[in-house]
Ligand binder design. Structure first.
Ligand SMILES: Nc1nc2c(c(=O)[nH]1)N[C@H]1C(S)=C(S)[C@@H](COP(=O)(O)OP(=O)(O)OC[C@H]3O[C@@H](n4cnc5c(=O)[nH]c(N)nc54)[C@H](O)[C@@H]3O)O[C@H]1N2
Ligand SMILES: Nc1nc2c(c(=O)[nH]1)N[C@H]1C(S)=C(S)[C@@H](COP(=O)(O)OP(=O)(O)OC[C@H]3O[C@@H](n4cnc5c(=O)[nH]c(N)nc54)[C@H](O)[C@@H]3O)O[C@H]1N2
Ligand SMILES: [Mo]
Length: 763
């Protein structure tokens, strides 16, 4: 599209706008101070000029007529939809006064800080939460904290670092860097990177590898873009990945396909692992997972004997019971096959210069907030007393326990919620009804967002308008490179999350005023290890990778041999034994089983056969739509037209048995409620599973109650339970394994079935 423009600003697109986890370099074309076009930056090594549909549609997002442009306070009752514009000063003063009163009456722990998925939010929300003094920061509603946290914690416990599939992303010259080797196989395990670019990884990098010769093994119950191009496609029963991983380990050990040198020199607990996985024969595992035994054998052999190969894994592995145990098993796979931190394997993913904005681990948190952070927060933090693993691995509250405590006030009352980057009732929260009740129980809810949505309308008391990436100054240090987000335009009175939280944090902790007179001072402190300041990094183009001389820990490969991983500078890994702990002593210390294991999903044919008789379909929710980010973008015309309806994808044999036609609206239901969905016939689905995209509400419907943009009628999280967490406190959300049935809508039926009266006793 050619447009008339007078200036181009290069920056990083990191939420809001496209919304995602990615770090794409973009060019904002400006005319008279407005963005008129958005393109991928051809000079940026992350995306080489590519841009997704959500990025290209950003002009419709930034200047959308429904954007909230000023702080708003509620003037009618909750849900009445009556808002009044106020000044920022009034908004800040109100929050300061209310929270100071709550602190006096009930302690700072009575305010809960709630965020959505990881994007440019971890930094600002932690900053505010700890400045105010509350220990309770959580991704409320994400049952079991079941997104990336289990994978991250598992990697920290077993190997002391994170890894990702090596697609050359740690080198500026990418595939041309002579140090790089292509993976022979990429195992795409429970992920759909083409639609989602999740976890700081761009889906198209896999295509880049395929075009150069990599082959694929795809493990997914649903036929995806990559499944259709795979050498081996394993259509697994949802939630049974743990069994498959154990079986693969068993096969690799029994057939002597493992890397003896790596196992002997760099791992701990191999013999006990071998013993533990022995029961997982191919036959038994085929029965559990529904995958052909020969296919399991062939795919395992291909992965283990083709060196190097990489595994790239996704969200559903965190949304199974005992997720950390499943994730541990997969760490064991890439470790014993000698694919860890080698070219074309699972490369260790350190941030550039180890800069963090967003403290993932306890160790990083201590670097940012001081050695005594755990002592300060763990006493009152929700879940810390019950789950030792959670208390020591990542300083977040336990979401299933948090929602319960918001309702019953036990062991202490939660009285106010700060919600920033999360549409709880429109997509994030399992058991939406319970979360509605919990938030209604709060005295004062502040929501920072760009648009009204079911959450703002149903439970918001004060709304603060957030800025898009095009309007904000920030930085990104999620793996590499280190990048700046540079402001190009202004819209209304919107402010960035950093700006908002910075101002409030200083009100609660005045010492921050002298430490960081300006936000830039904070950025300069955070990125100091790079040797750059905001200004010099901006002059240098806005992004940089460290060289080996500058910061060896950030540069691949075999850092464990070089002694670059451990704080003491010795060779080895950042674990208690210095080895990759196949037998995880940290798990043992925190009271969970030290070796990988498998358990059935909370609701399933095997575990709850009676429930299965009544609800014979496995509802796999949340397959990502490339044109939406969770609950966002339904209001963007260019995007909505591509994926206009809340669908349920069903195998034709199921439709035939129920007398349902393609395009017909049906009920999807279980004991927790029912939702309406439009049927999409999909012959590639397994007949036992249906796919139900999440995050659906209708921006075009009435926002005030009881409608709340029809979220009660179509949000699949009405059906998904909470309290399915595992023994570590992490993982287990049943988002991919909830049992349901489909039913035709009778002409006499109420199309808005989830009103309070009908379901009150079913919470
Ligand atoms: N059924 C089902 N439910 C799921 C999932 C699933 O697979 N199935 N996935 C779960 C997962 S993995 C996650 S992480 C959660 C995500 O859940 P959320 O993070 O809540 O999802 P979003 O809808 O992307 O974001 C919520 C709100 O944040 C606003 N927003 C976006 N960016 C910013 C920003 O930078 N600043 C501010 N202030 N606001 C912003 C948007 O306008 C939107 O209203 O959902 C979970 N819910
Ligand atoms: N466009 C877009 N991009 C996104 C998001 C978005 O909402 N929209 N959300 C972001 C967020 S917060 C996250 S966490 C990521 C999630 O992205 P991913 O990690 O890719 O997770 P999902 O899309 O939930 O599922 C990935 C694949 O796993 C399959 N699957 C489902 N259940 C199982 C199972 O039990 N076992 C196996 N082996 N496979 C299973 C699904 O069919 C799907 O194809 O995406 C991020 N990127
Ligand atoms: Mo997520």
């Amino acid at each position: 599209m050619s447009v008339d423009f007078d200036k181009v600003v290069k920056t990083t697109a990191w939420s809001p706008g496209p919304g995602c986890h990615g770090g794409c370099g973009v060019e904002l074309y400006l005319k008279d101070g407005k963005v008129v076009k958005v393109e991928g930056d051809p000079d940026h090594p992350w995306n080489h000029g590519r841009a997704c549909s959500r990025l290209l549609a950003c002009t419709q997002y930034i200047y959308h007529p429904d954007r909230i442009l000023h702080p708003l306070k509620r003037v009618g009752a909750r849900g009445e939809g009556k808002w009044e514009q106020i000044t920022w000063e009034e908004a800040y003063d109100t929050i300061e006064q209310k929270w100071n009163r709550l602190k006096e009456e009930s302690g700072p722990e009575s305010v809960i800080f709630i965020q959505g998925t990881g994007r440019d939010i971890g930094g600002p929300i932690t900053f505010l939460c700890y400045a105010y003094g509350s220990p309770n920061l959580t991704q409320l509603g994400l049952a079991g904290q079941s997104c990336y946290t289990p994978r991250l914690c598992s990697m920290v416990a077993t190997m002391g670092d994170f890894t990702v599939a090596d697609c050359s992303q740690f080198f500026e010259k990418r595939f041309d860097d002579p140090r790089y080797t292509l993976p022979k196989y990429i195992v795409i395990w429970a992920q759909n990177p083409m639609s989602g670019c999740p976890d700081a990884f761009q889906g198209h990098w896999v295509v880049d590898c395929m075009r150069r010769g990599s082959k694929l093994i795809v493990i997914d119950p649903r036929w995806t873009f990559f499944a259709s191009r795979a050498e081996y496609y394993l259509q697994i029963r949802p939630g049974t990945d743990g069994a498959l991983a154990l079986c693969m380990l068993n096969l690799i050990i029994q057939n002597d396909w493992y890397d003896h040198d790596f196992v002997e020199n760099w791992t701990y607990g191999f013999d006990r692992l071998a013993e533990e996985v022995r029961p997982y024969t191919v036959e038994k595992t085929a029965e559990i997972t529904g995958i052909d035994p020969e296919l399991i054998f062939a795919a395992t052999r291909a992965y283990a004997t083709s060196h190097p190969s990489a595994i790239h894994w996704g969200l559903p592995l965190d949304q199974v019971p005992e997720a950390t145990a499943v994730d541990d098993a997969i760490v064991c796979l890439w470790s014993i096959t000698g694919n860890l931190d080698v070219p074309g394997g699972n490369v260790i993913a350190r941030n550039a210069w180890d800069v963090t904005q967003y403290p993932y681990t306890t160790q990083q948190l201590q670097e940012v907030y001081g050695e005594d952070i755990l002592d300060r927060i763990n006493g009152k933090r929700i879940g810390a007393a019950r789950y030792e693993y959670l208390a020591n691995m990542r300083s977040w509250g336990q979401p299933d326990m948090a929602v319960q405590q918001m309702i019953d006030g036990d062991p202490y009352r939660i009285r106010s919620a700060w919600i920033q980057t999360s549409n709880l009732l429109g997509g994030q929260a399992a058991n939406m009804r319970k979360h509605y009740q919990a938030l209604m129980n709060m005295e004062f809810n502040v929501i920072v967002d760009l648009f009204h949505n079911p959450t703002t309308e149903a439970v918001g008391d004060l709304i603060l308008p957030a800025a898009t990436f095009a309007e904000k100054e920030s930085f990104r240090a999620w793996y590499q490179p280190l990048q700046l987000i540079r402001p190009a335009v202004e819209v209304g009175e919107c402010r960035s999350d950093w700006e908002i939280n910075f101002e409030l944090a200083k009100r609660f902790n005045p010492s921050l005023r002298t430490r960081y007179p300006e936000f830039r001072d904070f950025v300069n402190e955070r990125i100091a290890s790079s040797g750059y300041t905001w200004e010099t990094l901006s002059e240098a183009g806005g992004w940089k990778y460290p060289t080996q001389e500058e910061w060896p820990a950030s540069v691949p490969y075999k850092r464990y041999e070089r002694g670059d991983l451990r704080p003491d500078g010795k060779p080895g890994f950042r674990t208690p034994s210095g080895k990759v702990e196949l037998y995880a002593t940290l798990n043992e210390k925190y009271g969970i089983h030290p070796l990988p294991f498998y358990v059935e999903p909370p609701e399933s044919e095997v575990r709850t056969p009676e429930l299965f008789q009544k609800y014979p379909l496995v509802m796999v929710t949340g397959r990502r739509s490339p044109v939406y980010f969770h609950s966002e973008h339904r209001n963007i015309p260019w995007l909505r037209v591509c994926d206009p309806y809340p669908l349920v994808e069903v195998h034709p044999s199921v439709m035939k048995a129920l007398g349902i036609d393609d395009g017909e609206w049906v009920w999807v239901e279980n004991d927790r409620g029912r939702i309406r969905r439009k049927v999409k016939e999909n012959p590639s689905m397994h007949p036992g599973y249906i796919s139900v995209p999440h995050g659906w509400w209708m921006p075009e419907a009435k926002g005030s109650g009881p409608d709340f943009f029809n979220a009660w009628d179509i949000n699949c999280n009405i059906l998904v339970p909470t309290d399915t967490q595992s023994e570590s406190g992490y993982g287990g959300g049943a988002f991919k394994t909830t049992l349901v049935r489909l039913r035709k809508i009778r002409p006499d039926e109420d199309l808005h079935p989830n009103d309070e009266a009908e379901w009150k006793d079913k919470r």
